[in-house]
Design a protein around this ligand. Structure first.
Ligand SMILES: Nc1ncnc2c1ncn2[C@@H]1O[C@H](COP(=O)(O)OP(=O)(O)O)[C@@H](O)[C@H]1O
Ligand SMILES: N[C@@H](CCC(=O)OP(=O)(O)O)C(=O)O
Length: 262
């Protein structure tokens, strides 16, 4: 069924931080306006946001993401508070209350921690509050995974979508859709408007991030799509430069790439 009542929206760093490293205030404003209006019209919205490290780079006058894990953890600590202050201020303009939920992957393996988290999220939904989720990069302990994909919020958003039994996940990125090849480096790349199964051909089309801001590129989004489809839900990938597109997705308009099993 194509309903979008309980929705997870994931926003990538490349959407809220511009190429020059500055925060994209108009986009943050349109995002908070769109999500607030959806919440007020009866939808349950959970926002998974990246950007802690992205905004901290600017705060610390750095032009690129450091390679070292402790350096990135420190930036995550610095930027997370700032990121939440941005969202608090922007949502407050639309009289929308939000709550911060910082997660690590071990939460999903621990029955008690998971139950506590889900209880808090359900309570926020019943109070018309929008939970804002990010990975708690400062204390994340999965060292091996950390080395390879420090902070993968596409995966986190997919797991959250399953755990809260959301109707779907909307991923906002800096591309219009999944393409047959990375459009940043291949002019002949074509949009793929729907995916029912992640085939090897699709997997090969996806490469990592070229923006310098995001982390996972398209590979982590495909993995998220596969996870969400296996959980019986759906995912849409759209361009985050105009977050009001979320309203069109919910109205059933065909934009971006829809990942949905048959
Ligand atoms: N097949 C593909 N289709 C679309 N984008 C792709 C593809 N392969 C790689 N990419 C890259 O993935 C990037 C989006 O991932 P990323 O930079 O991690 O964004 P975000 O910060 O939104 O998570 C795009 O800018 C694009 O360069
Ligand atoms: N947790 C990290 C973001 C990790 C991440 O997945 O980034 P992105 O590829 O921009 O969605 C942060 O807040 O900086």
């Amino acid at each position: 069924m194509n309903s979008w009542h309980r929705i997870v929206v994931k926003v990538g760093t490349s959407t809220i931080v511009k190429q020059d490293g500055q925060i994209n205030y108009p986009v943050v404003n349109r995002l908070t306006q769109t999500l607030s209006s959806l919440q007020k019209s009866g939808h349950e919205i959970l926002l998974v946001t990246s950007g802690a490290i992205g905004v901290a780079l600017d705060q610390m006058n750095l032009t690129q993401r450091p390679q070292g894990i402790p350096e990135q953890q420190a930036l995550a600590a610095i930027g997370q508070g700032y990121l939440m202050s941005l969202y608090n201020q922007s949502f407050a303009f639309y009289q929308q209350v939000v709550g911060q939920v910082l997660l690590t992957y071990d939460v999903f393996d621990n029955k008690v921690m998971l139950e506590n988290t889900l209880n808090a999220v359900e309570m926020m939904f019943s109070q018309h509050v929008i939970p804002i989720v990010n990975e708690n990069d400062v204390i994340a302990v999965d060292e091996l995974d950390h080395q390879h994909s420090f902070g993968d919020n596409d995966r986190l958003a997919a797991i959250v979508t399953r755990e809260i039994s959301a109707d779907g996940l909307i991923i906002l990125s800096d591309v219009d859709a999944l393409y047959t090849a990375n459009p940043a480096i291949d002019d002949s790349a074509q949009i793929i408007d729907s995916v029912t199964e992640i085939t090897d051909e699709i997997r090969l089309s996806a490469t990592g991030s070229t923006s310098g801001l995001g982390t996972g590129g398209m590979s982590t989004k495909l993995a998220a799509g596969e996870f969400v489809m296996n959980a019986g839900s759906k995912m849409i990938l759209i361009n985050g430069s105009n977050p009001a597109l979320i309203l069109e997705v919910i109205a059933g308009k065909k934009i971006g790439t829809l990942f949905q099993g048959v």
